[in-house]
Structures are given as structure tokens and as C-alpha cells.
Design a protein around this ligand. Structure first.
Ligand SMILES: *Cc1c(COP(=O)(O)O)cnc(C)c1O
Length: 340
């Protein structure tokens, strides 16, 4: 099998890093304080297997009962737990394409069959995405989607769950940058689950913390499959402090949304086609220039963006929303590349 290849993570050198949708701003200072406190008390003990401190605080913030939450070592861990629990060898896992490349790897690991259904040209789910069959065990819908940043509306998700009649996971890794969430649908339809991560909107990609919201029967079943101590004591402390600091979160989100609007406008002015983004990145393309060359040229000048080429779909550039300064450097290089 082919493994999953994460976006480049240069560990040294001064890159402006706009390739893996990390937050350009550091997390709340309360995070480091909480981690220090946790490190100074009790690391000789195993952590709470259920990360209850986090579930209590997150439950209050999101208006969800803590028994409806399962925590993971990043939301990638949640995705692994779900596929291990629900999709057996030879069974089917469905997801749209182009979307998150990890889904295919998770299917491969299970010996499961991946059903990639193309989005429509305007990034909607097509009729065949809604059709159920007996061997279909799990449907994954990243919403907002990556690489496009686009959303499908919540009514479509509800209709999808009813028609496929199997568990549907809405991967809301980027939902904090969007207008609407599917969280309320979890109560309405037991087949619908939502996963979130602290990696993007809370600036904690390095900490590794994500969570699932699903009905308690499902959560109880999934607990049997996860590693007992899948979240360590430091990440539980840090994640709890992060979700507790909503003022920091709101301020940070506001800055990113402002910069996103500027980035999209300027890309259009430079002649790019730009998808309407509800995430902390922008997907753009053009046919008159080689996008791969543009990616390489920016990399030589120490600005990393993501070049993607999807079979049967086409290519594009995915640019994460950085600080205003980072985005203005990036835009200048893109303008230079377009005028040569
Ligand atoms: C980033 C991302 C994740 C995973 O995030 P974690 O860092 O593992 O929490 C999940 N789904 C999508 C679509 C993502 O882009």
C-alpha cells in the first residue's frame, strides 16, 4: 500500500509556512501555563483515559453532554478509531473527492474498499454520493472541505444520513472558520457524528488533540477500540485550557477571517479562480501558467504553499491563511510569477 504523506514540515530554516493550514498565531498563553502545572504534578501516574476535564469544559462551551464526547490524539486518531470500529475487510468506506488524502490510507489499512465520489464542479455532493448499499459502513464528509474550503449545507448532510442509512462522520476540522456546523444534527439523527480538532482554530497542531461528538451508545462502543491512554496528561491539560480561553479564540478567528478575505480578493485580482472559502485556507487555480512551477518558485524563495494535482479533477494551489505580513510576501511573489 501507499502510506499517507503529510505536507512538508521543514524543521529548520526560515520558511513562511502556508502549506498545512496551521494557525499563524500561537495558542492562548493559558495553554503553556496549564501544561507546566500538569508537568509539575503527577506525570508518574497514567492520565485520565477519558480526558474528563476536557469533556466537561468542551461540553459547556459547545452545549453538549460530556458523555457525547470522545477525545483523541488529534482528530486523525478519531478517524482511525472510527474506521477500525466500523469498516471491516472488504467493506466500503465512502468519501468525496478531491478531499482529505488520509481517508484513502485509513481504508487501505482496514483492507476496506474506498469509494471516492467526485464533487460536482461547484463542490456539491452528487446524486451517487447519496445512494446507500449493504456493504457501505461509513461515509466521511469533510465540511468545510480540504482542499477547496467549500461547504455543503447541513440539510444535505441530514438527507445523506437518511439515504445511506449508515454512520456518517462530518469532519469539522475547519468549521470554526465557517458559518454553520452540523453539531446540532448529532442529536437529531443517531447516524450523524461530528469530529473537531484543536490543531487549526486553536493553534495547537503540535499538541495533538481532537474529539468526536456522537450519541452515547456510539461513544461507548468506540471506547472499546481506542488505546486506553490515547491522550496524554499534558495534552489534556493544554487542550482544556485552550477551549476555556474563548476570548483568545474569537480574536484569533476574527484576524484570520479578515486576512482570508484579503487573500481571496487579491488572488482574483491577479487572475486566479478562487473557490469561496469557509476555512483557514484558500484554493485557487489558473490555466495560463504552470502552477507547479509557481509552487517551486515560491519554495525557492522560502514561501511554502501546497500544490495539488488530483487525477481526473485537475490541479490547484492551496494557500493557508497566515498573518497579514506573511500573506503580503506570498502575494508579492505570486504577482511577480504572473508578470514574468
Ligand atoms: C487537519 C485535518 C485533520 C486532522 O487534524 P489533527 O491535527 O489530526 O487533529 C482532519 N481532517 C481534516 C480534513 C484536516 O484537514
Amino acid at each position: 500500500m501507499d502510506g499517507y504523506t503529510p505536507g512538508e514540515q521543514p524543521q529548520a530554516g526560515k520558511f513562511i509556512k502556508l502549506n498545512t493550514n496551521e494557525n499563524p498565531y500561537p495558542p492562548s498563553p493559558a495553554v503553556a501555563a496549564a501544561i507546566t502545572r500538569a508537568a509539575e504534578s503527577g506525570l508518574q501516574r497514567y492520565p485520565d483515559p477519558l480526558a474528563t476535564a476536557f469533556r466537561l469544559r468542551a461540553g459547556e462551551v459547545l452545549g453538549v453532554d460530556p458523555d457525547w464526547i470522545l477525545c483523541g490524539n488529534g482528530s486523525d486518531d478519531i478517524l482511525t478509531i472510527l474506521t477500525r470500529s466500523l469498516v471491516g475487510e472488504g467493506q466500503w468506506l465512502r468519501f468525496p473527492s478531491p478531499s482529505y488524502l488520509l481517508y484513502q490510507t485509513l481504508a487501505d489499512l482496514q483492507g476496506a474498499r474506498a469509494e471516492q465520489v467526485s464533487f460536482s464542479a461547484d463542490w456539491r455532493l452528487t446524486e451517487s454520493f447519496y445512494r446507500g448499499h449493504d456493504a457501505l459502513r461509513l461515509v466521511l464528509v469533510p465540511n468545510p472541505n480540504s482542499p477547496s474550503g467549500t461547504v455543503v449545507d447541513t440539510d444535505a448532510i441530514l438527507e445523506l444520513a437518511q439515504r445511506v442509512d449508515c454512520p456518517v462522520l462530518v469532519d469539522e476540522a475547519y468549521v470554526d472558520f465557517a458559518e454553520a456546523s452540523c453539531l446540532h444534527l448529532v442529536r437529531q439523527d443517531a447516524r450523524i457524528m461530528v469530529c473537531r480538532t484543536l490543531s487549526k482554530s486553536y493553534g495547537l497542531a503540535g499538541l495533538r488533540f481532537g474529539f468526536l461528538v456522537a450519541q452515547p451508545v456510539m461513544i461507548e462502543a468506540l471506547r472499546k477500540v481506542k488505546d486506553s491512554y490515547n491522550c496524554d496528561a499534558l495534552s489534556i491539560a493544554g487542550a482544556t485550557a485552550a477551549i476555556d480561553d474563548q476570548a483568545w479564540f474569537t480574536d484569533n478567528r476574527r484576524k484570520i477571517l479578515t486576512t482570508r478575505a484579503h487573500l481571496a480578493d487579491e488572488l482574483r485580482r491577479l487572475g486566479y479562480q478562487v473557490a469561496d472559502s469557509s476555512a483557514n485556507f484558500v484554493w485557487c487555480y489558473r490555466h495560463d501558467l504552470s502552477l507547479e512551477q509557481i509552487y517551486r518558485r515560491l519554495k525557492e524563495q522560502r514561501v511554502l504553499i501546497r500544490y495539488m494535482n488530483y487525477v481526473g479533477w485537475g490541479e490547484g494551489l492551496r494557500i493557508s491563511v497566515g498573518t497579514d505580513e506573511q500573506i503580503s510576501v506570498c502575494l508579492q511573489l505570486l504577482a511577480d510569477a504572473a508578470s514574468d
